[in-house]
Design a binder for this molecule. Structure first.
Ligand SMILES: NC(=O)c1ccc[n+]([C@@H]2O[C@H](COP(=O)([O-])OP(=O)(O)OC[C@H]3O[C@@H](n4cnc5c(N)ncnc54)[C@H](OP(=O)(O)O)[C@@H]3O)[C@@H](O)[C@H]2O)c1
Length: 266
């Protein structure tokens, strides 16, 4: 598979590394176009791929063109590509908040896959939610699934509205988990644990609990009840969390992210 990346930042590099590692393409078949010269030098040296500062040149010979620039860089990055792609080229965009309608208008191209990945994709533990336009062939959908599968799990949806919802849950979700871990660490220090021990206990608890939930056939609510004895320590903590409307607050946070995703997409 001949691939071009428009933008070789954090997420572009994560995708590139996963594709090469899983053997979906080879270094000689990959070109990365990035505006930053130090970034190009680094990627060429690390992966042996071709690099350029010319987006159009990168895209022209490729089967799949990955758009991996920041939303605010999108218009400028697209200007050189507009109307230059062949109908059969697949454009796979991970640009947050840019819908297939906008992509189609900006590029004059309708064979598109739009993806919402998340940060753990950088270590192959991500979850990507994606949708494809009607012009994307069965083989191209399989290509997209293989690329995204190299960075973790992938879920295809036919209704694009699910992407804004996924943005609020899995896209922004890692930050919620980071905040929870941060808060647990700081609470541990407050009751007297040394900093490094507080960090280790908080992180391992989040990690171990996530793995335990994943490996269990019981839902999280049941696992929670199993570890909560009436009148015990966990019950005291959970009562305090619910007093502060923890569940309701999470609902409001996700709703706020969802509303913002819809606003940004318009
Ligand atoms: N990181 C995540 O976990 C994550 C999760 C979900 C979605 N996303 C989405 O993925 C996209 C990429 O995110 P990222 O974290 O990889 O961003 P990033 O690290 O900033 O990468 C973007 C790269 O594109 C370069 N660039 C800027 N303008 C360009 C242009 N006109 N032509 C070619 N290259 C250009 C940037 O160079 P400069 O640095 O010099 O500007 C940078 O190296 C974003 O739309 C983001 O919303 C990311």
């Amino acid at each position: 598979m001949r691939l071009a990346f428009i933008g070789g930042g954090n997420m572009g590099e994560a995708m590139l590394a996963a594709i090469l590692e899983k053997g979906l393409s080879t270094a000689e078949n990959v070109t990365v176009s990035d505006i930053s010269e130090p970034r190009r030098r680094y990627l060429k040296q690390k992966y042996g791929i071709t690099v350029t500062g010319d987006n159009r040149q990168a895209a022209v010979e490729s089967d799949v063109v990955v758009l991996a620039v920041k939303p605010q860089q999108f218009a400028e990055a697209m200007s050189g590509l507009s109307g230059r792609l062949h109908a059969a080229q697949l454009v796979l965009s991970i640009v947050a908040g840019v819908g297939t309608g906008t992509l189609c208008r900006a590029l004059g191209h309708s064979c598109l896959v739009r993806v919402m990945p998340n940060t753990p994709a950088q270590i192959g533990e991500g979850i990507s939610v994606w949708t494809a336009t009607a012009e994307v062939s069965k083989e191209q959908k399989a290509q997209a699934a293989a690329i995204l599968g190299a960075m973790g799990r992938q879920v295809r949806v036919t209704d694009e509205r699910y992407l804004d919802m996924a943005t609020a849950v899995s896209g922004s979700g890692p930050a919620y988990v980071f905040l929870f871990t941060e808060a647990l660490t700081s609470a541990a220090v407050d009751i007297g644990l040394p900093d490094d021990m507080a960090r280790e206990l908080a992180l391992e608890t989040v990690l171990g609990s996530a793995r335990f939930m994943q490996g269990s056939d019981r839902p999280p609510a049941e696992l929670r009840r199993m570890v909560t004895s009436p009148g015990g320590t966990t019950a005291a903590a959970l009562a305090r969390l619910e007093n502060g409307q923890f569940t309701e607050l999470i609902k409001q946070a996700v709703r706020a992210a969802y509303e913002r995703a819809k606003e940004l997409g318009n």
